[in-house]
Ligand binder design. Structure first.
Ligand SMILES: Cc1cc2nc3c(=O)[nH]c(=O)nc-3n(C[C@H](O)[C@H](O)[C@H](O)COP(=O)(O)OP(=O)(O)OC[C@H]3O[C@@H](n4cnc5c(N)ncnc54)[C@H](O)[C@@H]3O)c2cc1C
Length: 301
């Protein structure tokens, strides 16, 4: 990896965890303007409006209320918002589908607190025939994530999760999740894997394709969360028949349109909400060229 890229990636990932700085920037109008390419506004109506537009263009959508590391009343509010979002999607004629993060619903208070709040969201999802995907986060939270989603699935809840190809443990995780019948989104991984890392860029790609084969051979519903054309072209017809591609809002719209034209089902992961700092910094860490878009929005071009 280019040393400048490696350094900027490390700095941006560190900055994504700088809460005080994030809170400060999020409050500014120029900050909000800078991320509008990746974030569908601050409110549920704004997010639903964007989702309706995506639907008109042939995409399905999962909406994600941005927010991380919440507890207490903030985590309760996040969970209530996710439920409201599912109801708003159903009311607007959209498929009710949200993605949530356990840290945003109080994982820091322990698994039981997060599982209780998740169950409230899942009960709402079930009442509107919707679906909730629980995103994968830091390596040290994955055991809790899997315990929680497996228990929820065993209770009949409409829940899925995410597996990160950059982790050595992922093949074993996939086995466990397949046995539990959990729908899986496969991604490369946006968090520093630490000692769990499979290796460099090529190693992550190889791991992605190997996990994809493991998943395609299973009966669970599949989603491939990637913007990597090389990977997508190697997934093959089995993947297309069994799964969908998921892309992030504002990233590779050209690819999204091409995939739909080629018969893929494509879902756009669309984040919204005022707490956009960590998410946006991770997108820039993936591709420092995104800083260019941010600067362009800041300076109005
Ligand atoms: C729908 C979805 C859900 C996700 N959920 C999770 C999750 O729960 N947990 C998690 O750890 N990670 C998640 N991720 C992030 C993922 O792990 C990767 O960090 C991210 O998708 C970049 O990897 P890539 O597969 O696109 O491949 P890369 O090799 O990073 O990129 C392939 C090509 O795509 C383009 N590209 C990639 N990213 C960007 C970008 N940000 N801006 C512009 N162009 C870009 C570039 O042209 C690049 O050459 C999710 C990603 C998607 C698409």
């Amino acid at each position: 990896m280019n040393p400048f890229f490696a350094l900027s990636r490390t700095v941006l990932l560190r900055m994504s965890r700088a809460d005080a700085l994030g809170r400060l920037v999020q409050r500014t109008a120029w900050g909000r303007r800078s991320v509008r390419r990746f974030v569908a506004g601050d409110t549920i109506p704004a997010a639903v409006e964007v989702a309706l537009d995506l639907k008109r263009r042939g995409f399905t959508v999962t909406l994600d209320r941005l927010g991380e590391a919440s507890s207490g009343a903030a985590a309760d509010a996040y969970a209530a918002d996710a439920s409201e979002l599912l109801i708003a999607q159903a009311a607007a004629g959209l498929e009710p589908n949200v993605s949530v993060k356990l840290t945003a619903i109080g994982l820091g208070e322990g698994s039981a607190a997060a599982a209780t709040r998740l169950d409230r969201i899942l009960a709402t999802a079930q009442s509107v025939n919707g679906f909730v995907r629980v995103d994968a986060e830091y390596p040290n939270s994955l055991d809790q994530l899997h315990d929680i989603v497996c228990a929820a699935r065993a209770a009949g809840r409409p829940v899925g999760t995410v597996v990160q190809a950059n982790m050595k443990r992922s093949s074993a995780d996939v086995e466990r999740l397949i046995v539990a019948g959990i729908p899986i989104r496969l991604v490369k991984g946006a968090y520093d894997p630490g000692a769990e890392g499979v290796g460099d860029f090529e190693a992550v790609n190889a791991s992605y394709l190997s996990l994809a084969d493991q998943l395609i051979a299973s009966p669970v519903p599949l989603a491939f969360g990637t913007h990597d054309d090389q990977i997508i072209s190697r997934l093959g017809e089995g993947a297309q028949a069994r799964g969908e591609i998921q892309l992030l809002y504002g990233v590779r719209s050209d690819l999204a349109e091409r995939l739909v034209a080629n018969g893929w089902r494509v879902r756009i992961y669309t984040p919204y909400g005022p707490d956009w700092w960590p998410y946006s910094l991770r997108r820039m860490a993936e591709r420092p060229a995104n800083l260019r878009f941010v600067l362009r929005s800041l300076f109005g071009r």
